[in-house]
Design a protein around this ligand. Structure first.
Ligand SMILES: NC(=O)c1ccc[n+]([C@@H]2O[C@H](COP(=O)([O-])OP(=O)(O)OC[C@H]3O[C@@H](n4cnc5c(N)ncnc54)[C@H](O)[C@@H]3O)[C@@H](O)[C@H]2O)c1
Length: 242
């Protein structure tokens, strides 16, 4: 599938799933911008990623300024991947109010702010693909990831459906990916590098790899998914089926 000529942005694209998705989009021919609050930690070749910016997606000021740069340079955006996310674990008794606010600010408000920053441009061009990162934790409740994270991702799922309704009249598709356990820095921290506990509960017998999720994102970014909107697609090896 070719994304030649398409303009894409991946938030949290310096590592993990975001980097895998950004790379897959670039390999398919898209021009890919990457935002990350730790952008300096990534080695992103400019011929592949012509725009990179240090952006905390929970900051409306930063998001608006960086979005202006993208829109000024490219005149629009075809693919927005709201991937930036954090996980602060702990029981309800352990989580602080600050932990709760920070997780909501990055995962849920960040998805809202970035979508808002490009919604008008996508409406005007009458096309676009928005891909949000949910989680199986939103459906199961956070077992390891905790209540703040799972509640934030449940919010992302409902936001996806609401935005899909708003953007459908303009020909913009909005969908979410709900991964199970995928090997990245986030899950290595949570599992302390030992995924064997998870594997027994996964019918396909293994945890996921970033490229599994990138392949799904590629489908949602391209023309083959033009009749799909407001959908939350599980990708979890069968760990959770609905
Ligand atoms: N890995 C999994 O198993 C899994 C499962 C379900 C959902 N997800 C979701 O997928 C997304 C990517 O997860 P991952 O596993 O690659 O995580 P990760 O921690 O490996 O990478 C996340 C990236 O996002 C960036 N980031 C974090 N907060 C940011 C902010 N405020 N502004 C900008 N950038 C920020 C980080 O610097 C990092 O580069 C997240 O939304 C996560 O919740 C992951």
């Amino acid at each position: 599938m070719s994304l030649q000529g398409k303009r894409a942005l991946v938030t949290g694209g310096a590592a993990g799933l975001g980097l895998a998705i950004a790379t897959a989009l670039a390999e398919a021919g898209a021009k890919v911008a990457v935002w990350d609050w730790q952008i300096e930690s990534a080695n992103l070749p400019p011929e592949r990623f012509p725009i990179t910016a240090k952006v905390d997606v929970s900051s409306s000021l930063r998001v608006e300024a960086a979005a202006k740069e993208v829109l000024d340079r490219w005149g629009g955006l075809d693919i927005l991947v709201n991937n930036a996310g954090i996980c602060i674990t702990g029981s309800v008794l352990e989580l602080t109010e600050q932990d709760w606010d920070r997780v909501m600010a990055v995962n849920l408000k960040g998805t809202f702010l970035c979508s808002k920053a490009f919604a008008k441009a996508m409406q005007e061009q009458k096309s676009g693909k928005v891909i949000n990162l949910g989680s199986v934790a939103a459906k199961l409740g956070g077992i390891v990831s905790g209540s703040a994270y799972s509640a934030s991702k449940a919010g992302v799922i409902c936001f996806t459906k609401s935005l899909a309704r708003e953007m459908a009249p303009y020909g913009v598709n909005v969908n979410a990916i709900a991964p199970g356990v995928i090997v990245t820095d986030m899950t290595k921290d949570l599992s302390k590098g030992d995924f064997s506990n998870y594997e027994s509960g996964i019918p396909l017998g293994r945890v996921g790899e970033a490229k599994d999720v990138a392949a799904l994102a590629l489908f949602l970014a391209g023309p083959d998914s033009d009749y799909l909107t407001g959908e939350i697609i599980d990708i979890n090896g069968g760990q959770y089926m609905d």
